[in-house]
Design a binder for this molecule. Structure first.
Ligand code: ARG
Length: 469
């Protein structure tokens, strides 16, 4: 049991207490960030004259050696250490002797863990953003090739008005685009360096916090040492953004599941993304979509857990905050997995144009257009609405669509109908006449697709020359 703090204790820690308190099983995940943070700290201490150049060189060699040995499998991170910080420091002392004991000068595990977690989270914000961007590319491809794939648009799960597949998928494009904006926003808000806050009240050493912050790619140092060690807002904000991403994925999955059902048959999920049943040989189940929908609860759980953990904590650091890690790591890994799998599933799904189109033609999705037609012939909209309502009732009775009625039948309901009604309520004109920006008509859709292309060609991550650790 390697601990950093035995001095004021006369007894060994109880084994159960040690295990309960230890965090190495999960904080090993930010081993690289711990090393990078220590390197920056040591470089800064030497610049400030707190360490000599020789001491700095020896410590840096030790730290990079530990990193290399772990990465190449010569050194194992084991549960013999309380946490990743103890692991690094103990190994450093083993390796370089007493000079290693100077690493922790002017630092506490409180600002150290705050830094590691922030750096780890910051990197993952970028990774998640990249995956969302990749998905947006896939969605845009689908949109481009389906600007004339007609399908019913729904409200209340009932056919409402015809749209196109490009338009439907375009709705998700907007959602995921907003998700990226949220991630970018979080990145900038969190990108301040807590190192140098010490345990809670700064330190008496002449630290150059601006310098450490710039070495580690931060905008600058955080400005209140108590807040620095006790702030986990960025974790909560990230979990919230992850939850919204999952909510979007889950809604899309729900639609894929419905569309894949025998009742709809709008899509066929690729064999590689479906599974069978152990008893029913005919089954091809949309398990991946269901699992993504299911895992949404798990990510929301992490957000609720973190909000609850933080709500009663007095300033500054409290050990409760160690609970920020496991669920956050799990949520990040879950969302990354779901984004990749969803991307794979949606890029291989077969959209059944014919079925979608046929479905759009049934269910009076063109009723609004029939009313609009009458408006064009001088009937006030409210009256037109009532006339078409009657017409729909008549059609339900006859089990046919508006377009199946003869002009004579139509005229008995309203003399305003003429032969051109058939064209006005055809699927194509219902969609193609919707040309305001944001609507499904081909012209409007193409404008939006061009804007999306331009948006995807630029990348905020490249523009900002972001440095990753
Ligand atoms: N494992 C701890 C955490 O995750 C590190 C900080 C420990 N600090 C302390 N004062 N016990 O929060």
């Amino acid at each position: 049991m390697a601990q950093l703090w035995g001095g004021r204790f006369t007894k060994e820690t109880d084994k159960l207490v040690y295990d309960f308190n230890a965090s190495i099983s999960f904080d090993r995940k930010f081993f690289v960030q711990d090393i990078e943070g220590s390197i920056a700290h040591v470089v800064m201490l030497a610049k400030q004259g707190v360490l000599t150049k020789d001491e700095k060189d020896i410590i840096l060699k030790g730290l990079t050696g530990i990193r290399k040995d772990v990465e190449e499998g010569r050194l194992q991170i084991t549960e013999a250490y309380e946490d990743i910080h103890s692991f690094v420091e103990a190994n450093l002392i083993d390796r370089i002797g007493d000079v290693g004991k100077k690493l922790h000068t002017g630092r506490s595990r409180n600002d150290q863990v705050a830094l590691d977690m922030r750096m780890y989270t910051r990197l993952e914000v970028l990774h998640v953003d990249e995956l969302v961007k990749k998905l947006l590319g896939t969605l845009l491809d689908i949109m481009e090739s389906n600007t004339d794939t007609y399908m019913p648009g729904f409200t209340h799960m009932q056919k409402a008005q015809p749209v196109t597949l490009a338009h439907h998928v375009g709705a998700y494009f907007e959602m995921f685009k907003r998700d990226r904006l949220r991630l970018k926003d979080i990145y900038y808000r969190m990108n301040y360096c807590p190192l140098g806050a010490g345990a809670l009240a700064g330190t008496t050493y002449p630290l150059d916090r601006n310098y450490t912050a710039s070495l580690l790619g931060f905008e600058g140092p955080t400005l209140n040492s108590m807040d620095s060690v006790s702030d986990r807002d960025y974790v909560i904000e990230f979990l919230s953004a992850l939850s919204v991403i999952m909510m979007h994925l889950s809604r899309f999955c729900e639609e894929i599941i419905i569309w894949n059902s025998d009742e709809y048959r709008f899509v066929e999920i690729d064999d590689a993304y479906s599974t069978g049943s152990s008893i029913m040989p005919q089954k091809k189940n949309p398990d991946i979509a269901e699992l993504i929908r299911g895992k949404t609860g798990r990510v929301y759980g992490a957000l609720m857990s973190m909000l609850t953990t933080m709500k009663g904590l007095p300033l500054a650091y409290n050990k409760d905050m160690q609970e920020d890690k496991e669920l956050t790591f799990d949520a990040i890994d879950t969302v990354k997995g779901c984004l990749s799998l969803f991307d794979g599933m949606i890029s291989t799904v077969k959209f059944r144009r014919d079925v979608m189109e046929k479905s759009a033609m049934k269910g009076f999705a063109n009723a609004t257009d029939a009313a609009d037609y009458l408006v064009g012939r001088g009937v006030p909209f409210r009256d037109a609405h009532a006339i078409i309502g009657k017409l729909v009732l008549y059609c339900i009775d006859k089990q046919c669509g508006i377009e199946d009625l003869s002009i004579e039948e139509l005229k008995t309901i309203s003399p305003a109908f003429e032969e051109d009604i058939y064209d006005a309520v055809s699927l194509k004109s219902c969609v193609e006449r919707r040309l305001t920006i944001g609507a499904p008509g081909m012209g409007a859709m193409k404008e939006v697709i061009a804007a999306h292309k331009e948006y995807l060609a630029k990348d905020w991550q490249d523009e900002e020359h972001i440095k990753l650790f």
